[in-house]
Design a protein around this ligand. Sequence first.
Ligand code: NAG
Ligand code: NAG
Length: 214
Amino acid sequence: MKLLSCPSGGPFLVWTLAVQLVLCGSGVYASEGTDNCKLHLHSEKQQTALKRLAPLINKNFTVETTSDGESYTYVFQLCGDAGGVPGAGVIQINTKAEGKKTTVIGSYNATEAIGGSDWVMLMYKNGDKYEGHCSKENRRATIMISCDRNVEMGNLEVILEEREKDHECFYLFELDSSAVCPAVSPSSALAPYYSSLGSVFLLFTSSVASSTSG
Ligand SMILES: *[C@@H]1O[C@H](CO)[C@@H](O)[C@H](O)[C@H]1NC(C)=O
Ligand SMILES: *[C@@H]1O[C@H](CO)[C@@H](O)[C@H](O)[C@H]1NC(C)=O
């Protein structure tokens, strides 16, 4: 047979299928939009961390904050123009200011991504410069994306703006998403199936037992 005469063909095919299944499952094929982010450091680890976020692509995440009579709207987009502002990954809109002043907090052409088991931390640097804080450095945004299996994409939340330092000030945001959850291992994915098989078996044996004893 032809297949047998080509011993490396079989395993290779299986391997390719397995890789494709994994890729499809993790949503890499669904969108390649994370390529629009320019990683600060071209490391494979950062690339991998960034790709885990692919399901969040093409969406403006918005949050409003109000305090001390000030009101801001923040918009975050993964590797795309936040609120339609070219190059911006996170923007801040001062809703009370004249003309709704927009400030770029971070740009997606200066991205860093760090991944842990059930979270990915995304950093956008190169935002607009501070005027009176942080030695007038460029603003930067950090978005902490944490695993929550119950939500595909949660709500964006503002955690804090750290600007009382001389350097390395940042805005911190938080977002829950199932996108960054660790893959469920096949054995635990099948566990409910096995346990229901088990209970069917128990039901069956107990009904057999009761009908034979009755
Ligand atoms: C994000 O918001 C901007 C401004 O409202 C809009 O032009 C753009 O189409 C939105 N992008 C997506 C992917 O929804
Ligand atoms: C990102 O783009 C801006 C213009 O939108 C440019 O000024 C800046 O140098 C770019 N940064 C990097 C790291 O490419």
